[in-house]
Design a protein. Structure first.
Length: 234
């Protein structure tokens, strides 16, 4: 989300939305911390490093909004880690996206982005792990279903939130902003989820050669989908 640098210069509805998202994001963070059971420092550092690198590989969509390769890293954390770790990875990535390459800190912009990613990641984690399908991970169909649902929730949370704040800031229709500039990004979120599931399987499996080939194919498809989305919304 890229808005005016002066918070007081925003429309009243936009200011209220930022505040509401901030409160909701804090509540989601507390929820995530309450459900976190353990921390593995080595894995966390690796995920944070991946998130920082992936966040820099992005394409522009609309009014400073971007689509990046961060999604697959965050969804990997959603699949493999607890909610607080997944939120931490998302916060790390979105902070990098907000501050670079401009290196200009806009507090309310960072606050909204942080709250948005916290809400989105928590909802995705809840969808993957707490719904009935997510509690039966002994079959491939169950894993695929949980991953697809979590990816869809991630897409909805991200795209609708950004569309709303852009619309309120610019005086546009939120639905039109979402339909014209974010709807086409849906396939990339799904592919990002499948890539994350493939990475998780690669970590857990001994069939490294087969999985490496699968990951290569999915990675290429994800790369293409991100750039096709960028072209479609121009």
């Amino acid at each position: 989300m890229n808005t005016q640098t002066d918070f007081k210069g925003l429309p009243v509805a936009a200011r209220h939305t930022v505040v509401v998202f901030g409160i909701a994001g804090l509540a989601a963070l507390l929820y995530a911390l309450a459900f976190q059971r353990d921390f593995a420092p080595g894995r966390i550092l690796l995920l944070l490093a991946l998130a920082m690198g992936a966040a820099r590989i992005k394409v522009n969509l609309f009014k400073g909004s971007t689509l990046s390769f961060l999604t697959s890293v965050v969804l990997l954390a959603v699949i493999k880690e607890g909610p607080a770790v997944a939120v931490l990875v998302g916060l790390c990535g979105v902070t990098v996206q907000t501050l670079f390459p401009s290196r200009k800190l806009v507090p309310h912009q960072l606050a909204f982005n942080a709250a948005m990613i916290t809400l989105t990641v928590t909802a995705s984690w809840w969808t993957y792990h707490l719904l009935p399908v997510g509690q039966r991970m002994d079959t491939i169909p169950a894993e695929l279903t949980a991953t697809i649902l979590a990816s869809f929730i991630y897409f909805l949370g991200n795209s609708i939130s950004v569309s709303l704040i852009v619309a309120l800031t610019k005086g546009l229709s939120a639905f039109q902003v979402w339909r014209r500039h974010f709807l086409f990004s849906a396939p990339s979120f799904l592919i990002a989820g499948l890539l994350s599931l493939g990475m998780f399987a690669a970590i857990s499996s001994q069939s490294l050669f087969m999985l490496a080939g699968l990951l290569s194919v999915v990675s290429i498809a994800y790369y293409c989908s991100v750039h096709v989305t960028a072209e479609a919304v121009r």
